[in-house]
Design a protein. Structure first.
Length: 343
């Protein structure tokens, strides 16, 4: 097969299973790199993309944005990377470069964010991908590719708010949910020196939560524990997206404290505590490039690792079913078994 053809997996219409899909490889801009993909994590955002949950998906849609692979081609104006470098790419693959956010180095807030995704035109469930070189990060040599893949989206999603919204003084942090995001949030929060409480709807995950570094565990329906923790937390990080009792969560925040949402749950609550206790509720999306690099070295230094199930990319539909059924522990990374995946 010609090397100018990319072998990928695409969903052809909203909510449909992925099918093998080949396409002409995208042209390389002068600041771009082409990356031959060895690993790509499966994120819930990919499933949302397949289902057009965000209302911006165009089909055929090749998901995948937790990519690790090797640089196979570099644009004329690219000097930061060379052919053969092992790099990782997260959700952000480029940016407009002209809006105020891009100019200030906060490209994750680019005004043209829909066009900035790594999966534009086609994402990482494929033999190769093209991104702006600034968004392809060198991976520490000792870090396994499947570990790096997950850190590039799930890892940065939780590391960024833990760095942005906290101070280094043993603050009390609550992590809601122990899944792909939550199990990393616990490890990062512990390594950053915070007192970590995990709030989960799965009491069976208590031992795992403690093993990841949590100091305390409470079940999300344990009203007595919530009452004891009134005005306790400096920060709550919500990584869950199931049934969440927002009003209970607001009661356990200190006055003027913050609830940060990093998944995409429906948020409904009575605003009394929000107003009276001057609470903040905010989202957090990825990070800038500086924090991404910092996160990768922090994870390497503190041995922070996702639990990963490896599956071949050809089994992508089975992998999606496992994630939908909440069976993945805690993250699935697809390895490239396409015939023309190099290295
Ligand atoms: Zn993601
Ligand atoms: Zn921009």
């Amino acid at each position: 097969m010609s090397t100018s053809i990319v072998m990928g997996y695409a969903t052809m219409a909203q909510g449909q299973a992925l099918v093998p899909f080949t396409y002409e490889q995208p042209k390389l801009g002068e600041h771009d790199v082409r990356v031959s993909i060895t690993h790509c994590g499966l994120c819930f955002t990919d499933i949302h993309g397949i289902d057009n949950y965000y209302g911006v998906t165009t089909y055929p849609f090749v998901p995948g944005h937790e990519i690790v692979g090797y640089v196979s081609e570099i644009g004329k104006a690219t000097s930061s990377l060379k052919i053969g470098d092992r790099v990782g790419i997260g959700w952000l693959g480029r940016s407009c470069g002209e809006c105020d956010w891009c100019k200030s180095g906060e490209e994750q807030l680019c005004i043209d964010i829909v066009q900035a995704g790594t999966w534009v035109p086609y994402g990482g469930f494929a033999s190769s991908v093209v991104v702006d070189n600034r968004f392809a990060y060198l991976i520490p040599d000792a870090m396994p590719s499947e570990v790096a893949a997950v850190l590039l989206c799930a890892g940065i999603a939780v590391y960024n708010p833990l760095r942005l919204y906290t101070k280094q003084n043993a603050q009390k942090i609550g992590i809601i949910g122990i899944g792909g995001l939550g199990h990393l949030a616990i490890q990062f929060a512990h390594a950053l020196g915070y007192e970590v409480t995990v709030i989960s709807s799965s009491p069976t995950k208590k031992e795992e939560a403690l093993a990841f570094g949590a100091d305390h565990f409470i079940a999300s329906d344990d009203k007595t524990s919530f009452q004891k923790l009134e005005f306790n937390f400096d920060l709550l990080l919500c990584t869950a997206h199931g049934n969440i009792n927002w009003e209970w969560l607001l009661t356990i925040l200190k006055k003027r404290a913050k609830l940060v949402v990093v998944g995409f749950p429906d948020v409904v609550f009575n605003s009394t505590d929000l107003v009276v206790h001057e609470l903040s509720i905010t989202g957090s999306f990825l990070s800038n490039r500086v924090t991404m690099k910092e996160m990768l070295s922090f994870a390497q230094e503190h041995d922070i690792k996702p639990w990963v199930e490896l599956m071949p990319m050809s089994k992508v539909n089975e992998a999606i079913e496992r994630v939908k059924q909440n069976k993945a522990r805690y993250r699935i990374v697809l390895t490239n078994d396409a015939a023309n995946a190099s290295r």
